[in-house]
Design a protein around this ligand. Sequence first.
Ligand SMILES: NC(=O)c1ccc[n+]([C@@H]2O[C@H](COP(=O)([O-])OP(=O)(O)OC[C@H]3O[C@@H](n4cnc5c(N)ncnc54)[C@H](O)[C@@H]3O)[C@@H](O)[C@H]2O)c1
Ligand SMILES: [Zn+2]
Length: 359
Amino acid sequence: MNTDIVLNPLGYPLILADNDFSTINQLLNKEAESGCVFFILVDENTYQHCIPQLLTNVEVLSQADIIEIESGEENKTIEICTHLWEALTENGADRRSVMINLGGGVITDMGGFVSATYKRGIRFYNIPTTLLSQVDASTGSKTGVDLGGLKNQIGVFADPQAVFINPAFLKTLPTDQLQSGYGEILKHALIADKEYWNAIKAKHYTEIEDWGSLILPSLKIKSGIVKQDPTEKGLRKLLNFGHTIGHALETFALENNQPLLHGQAVALGMLAEAWLSTQLTTLSATQFEEIKEVILFNFELYKPAEANFERLLELMGHDKKNVSGQVRLTLLNEIGKGVYDIKCDPELLKDALRFLISI
Ligand SMILES: NC(=O)c1ccc[n+]([C@@H]2O[C@H](COP(=O)([O-])OP(=O)(O)OC[C@H]3O[C@@H](n4cnc5c(N)ncnc54)[C@H](O)[C@@H]3O)[C@@H](O)[C@H]2O)c1
Ligand SMILES: [Zn+2]
């Protein structure tokens, strides 16, 4: 892939370009004409691996102020936001300033939030550098940070000016981070597109070389859903498939010092929620077996002891998706057809966890 592909279902361009920086150059050159000052938000890994490539190819950023934070979900906090707002203030950022979020979902979530709230909002661009952020986090306008143990508890919907996706950035990404992003790719296929599922189901994620060819269909699915329901009143809940149980596993594993990456937890959440789909919706046993096989082919199991199920349920109760504490799930009617707002009682949730640890 040499030329860039620009999608625009959300009112801002999603630019997919493998090492072709022409569109992002055009956009940022135009910003520069208005005399703006650029800031680039990075963590130590994207500073090392992605800044050189970006600055070599986008000349207008050579004078940008680079703000570096420590990598990791534990830094996606309001305290770090305060540090970032202060750094912007100290460096004289005004309302014409432009933020470039160069990194994974932590950087795009937090950089988007900091930009959307600094002086009531400055413009920002997302340049996602992990597979997960390229197929998911950087697009869809959700920004925010965690609070205590609760993920994404504080945040706002805010549109970037554009999202620039360059699969070449993935070359330095550790394998487990690719695996994590692959979890969200499988989710997109399962909730919305059986053909896409059929095209990828036989592959192990480590065999995939042309990530651009998977990022494109995933982006189309995500942005197509977000376009119809930007603020998650209904349809956007489809994107939560695997996340009710997945988020609980992610938090629980972290509490027990055995951290799972987001997409790894979501993959296991999808497995448990696919099992629930056989109980609560119309997913057939054959399709369920197929989903199970693909997930187990690509992901390792994580098995919390039964004594911890109450804690896991408690964590599911904190899920923002539930109306007044009642657990409502996104499930599958069949492969490629998600369904949302399915009520599930706690005993059945425990059965799903029992299924997961019985594999
Ligand atoms: N806003 C949304 O819609 C949305 C959707 C899904 C996930 N998220 C959020 O995204 C976050 C997870 O994102 P993530 O998985 O990208 O994690 P991340 O941002 O923590 O990045 C993972 C790791 O990869 C490193 N890294 C990034 N790019 C690299 C590169 N090119 N080469 C080498 N190392 C690189 C980072 O420094 C970090 O150590 C979570 O906070 C989650 O809540 C948001
Ligand atoms: Zn997710």
